[in-house]
Design a protein around this ligand. Sequence first.
Ligand code: C5P
Length: 218
Amino acid sequence: SENVVVGIDGPAGSGKSSVARAAARELGFQFLDTGAAYRSLGWLVYDRGADPGIREHVLKTLEQFDYEISLESGSQRVLVNGLDVTAQIRAEHISGAASRVAVVPEVRTRVNEIFRGLIQSAEPGIVVEGRDITTVVAPDADVRILLTARPEIRAERRASDVGEDADAIAKRIRDRDDRDMGNSDFMEPADGVHLVDSSDLSFNQTVQAVVNLVHGRT
Ligand code: C5P
């Protein structure tokens, strides 16, 4: 297809979600936050009173998981079984549930099909962010970026977002990174993937670095 696909991976707290959204807006592209699918399934597992750490519970919930997203106007809305859960899935306890359901291969296969369908039909282009976009979901994307930041910087940014202590957050980020690392090594750029370290960049500078890479299309 002729559309431009930009894949951005990175760890928790790297700021990739807000950076990817802002870059998409500047480029006039659509925006897909893939973590929202894992968060939505995690949310549904809890809603059913089930345990995201138990494979059978996750598979049972996956059978009843009707996931719908609308990508218009840069603000992605998320519907689970017809219910808008856009705000609920941002809760801190849902991050842990998301990274637990994400280790189940059947879950990854299912959500990847959804992502690929959306990516194919996104005109004139789309910025997709997650953990395995540059390696698994869209390895042939036009531009692939790994957005990182030093661990202490990621914890500080998260802490100021949610108004919580940076040390407690640093520990949860480390736990989530460890779990997520089992699915794909998103800390090391794969061949042909551009590394952008945002540690010493402002938000706008980081967005600009992404936009420049897309304009360069190297
Ligand atoms: O990016 P976000 O924090 O919303 O992702 C929530 C969780 O979903 C991650 O910690 C990870 O476990 C999972 N995820 C994933 N693959 C992706 C996106 C998110 O495994 N492409």
